[in-house]
Design a protein around this ligand. Structure first.
Ligand code: NAP
Length: 433
């Protein structure tokens, strides 16, 4: 079948979708468009630098990018350089694999003070994303509040808690290492509004917090339940593992240079300060019918920085309706409207690990291919190239990314896998070679 598809977004969901389209219909041309000149989405800009093993999944996507029928077109922002409507005019089908990049807000007083950061911005900063490398977070102490008990919060506290030698084999940018090293905080508070049984971090990730060289993970034993129960045996096992790890942390003394306090039943009510963060007020909660309800008691933590890790929403895109609450685009099993599809977090909201996208993207890709035959015949890639050229948009092909990749690897110290280029000008210059 000779048809053309454009996948918007080159993260795991987009790459898995492109691969599945290719496997089912090798004659279909697939363009993968990304606003960055670098591919791989959250694998490059979200996954924590000390999880290089997870980042290695890029090798799978690299194989996809090298297929003759598949093309990477970086440096093109859909919604700015080209609209979804224009893509629908040029291609037989359009797939939104744009993720959910908007940090959710707590919706409390003080959230706009200096020293409050969303996890999307913060994780992009420590991953060298060119739009966030200038974030320059203050990281003022004496404490830092990390709000949320999910795996993103775990990533953030690891980066805040690790030492230079623990980060030597990573691609953490030098500016982020210096900021963490020079900051005056001793205490990191990881705040969950519910209890250990309801936390959404996973056992392996939680266990890693016990391996930090200079930061003890601590828990108040009285906040832990005697037992945990779940509906299915698999969940039960996971929860028991989490409880077991937390019991170990409850024994830690915290005589390390930095300390991590996992605090349960604590819901932020106000961020204190005039211009910048000077504390966080929390309501002590109890869990009733699975929900956190205030007990009437409040307390204040002495923090100079707040990092919210409470989930994400999708960005507005002209003519693409969002679900209620904005956690994904409205879709039915990945179909948004005729010839327009969504995969990954754009489809199902911000949940699941990288591997979740493999099957999820494939199911949308198969449906797309089944529906494609009747639609084939649009111009595809050459039409996009002409349009972008007429608009003077920067386009970086896969060879351009390879030049960036080589420049980053060449600049790395002996142990580090790469030293990332973290600003637009350097990325552009390296892509041009
Ligand atoms: P998440 O797992 O949904 O966790 C969000 C956390 O924020 C929950 O603890 C939630 O508490 C809390 N929260 C939400 N609204 C709040 C509010 N108003 N006040 C206080 N707390 C609030 O989301 P995530 O951590 O952003 O992770 C997103 C997905 O990426 C997850 O599927 C995660 O597993 C995945 N991920 C995986 C890895 C890994 O595998 N290593 C790393 C990073 C991310 P409630 O439960 O009470 O709502």
């Amino acid at each position: 079948m000779s048809a053309s598809v454009v996948v918007v977004g080159s993260g795991p969901a987009g790459f898995y979708c492109a691969e599945a389209i290719h496997k089912k219909a090798p004659g279909v041309s697939v363009d993968i468009v990304d606003r960055l000149p670098t591919p791989f989405g959250l694998v490059r800009s979200g996954v924590a630098p000390d999880h290089q093993g997870t980042k290695n999944v890029w090798r799978v996507f690299d194989r996809t990018a090298r297929r003759d029928a598949i093309r990477f077109v970086g440096g093109v922002e859909v919604g700015k350089d080209v609209s979804v409507a224009e893509l629908l005019g040029l291609y037989d089908a359009v797939v939104l694999a744009v993720g959910a990049p908007v940090d959710r807000a707590l919706g409390i007083e003080g959230e706009s003070l200096e020293g409050v950061y969303g996890s999307g911005a913060f994780t992009a900063w420590y991953n060298g994303h060119p739009d966030f490398s200038g974030l320059n977070p203050t990281l003022r102490g004496p404490g830092i509040a990390v709000v949320g008990h999910g795996n993103v919060a775990v990533d953030v506290v690891r980066v805040l808690g690790r030492t230079r030698s623990e980060m030597a084999k990573t691609d953490l940018p030098a500016y982020a290492m210096e900021a963490v090293e020079q900051a005056d905080y001793r205490d990191i508070y990881m705040l969950g509004r519910r209890g250990a049984a309801e936390a959404s971090f996973t056992p392996v990730e939680l266990r890693e917090l016990g391996d930090l060289a200079a930061t003890d993970a601590m828990v108040k034993a009285e906040q832990l339940p005697e037992t945990v129960t779940a509906d299915d045996p698999k969940q039960q096992k996971l929860k028991e593992k989490i409880l077991g790890t937390l019991r170990v942390y409850a024994e830690n003394r915290g005589d390390t240079p930095r300390r991590l306090h996992l605090e349960f039943f604590a819901s932020p009510t106000r961020i204190l300060g005039d211009e910048r963060v000077e504390g966080i007020e929390l309501s002590r909660t109890a869990v009733r019918d699975g929900r956190a309800v205030p007990t009437g008691e409040t307390f204040v933590l002495d923090v100079g920085t707040v990092i919210t890790c409470i989930g994400f929403g999708v960005a507005p895109l002209a003519a693409v309706p969002q679900s209620k609450g904005g956690h994904c685009y409205e879709n039915e099993a990945g179909k948004v409207s005729p010839r327009l599809y969504a995969v990954g977090w754009a489809k199902r909201g911000p949940s699941g690990v990288i591997a979740t996208n493999r099957q999820d993207s494939a199911s949308v890709a198969h449906r797309l291919v089944d529906e494609l035959e009747a639609e084939a015949g649009r111009e595809g890639g050459p039409g996009l190239d002409r349009l972008l050229q007429s608009r003077g948009s920067l386009c970086v092909d896969y060879a351009g990314w390879e030049r960036i990749d080589q420049a980053e690897q060449a600049a790395a110290s002996e142990e580090a896998p790469r030293q990332k280029l973290t600003d637009w000008a350097s990325l552009r210059a390296a892509a041009e070679g």
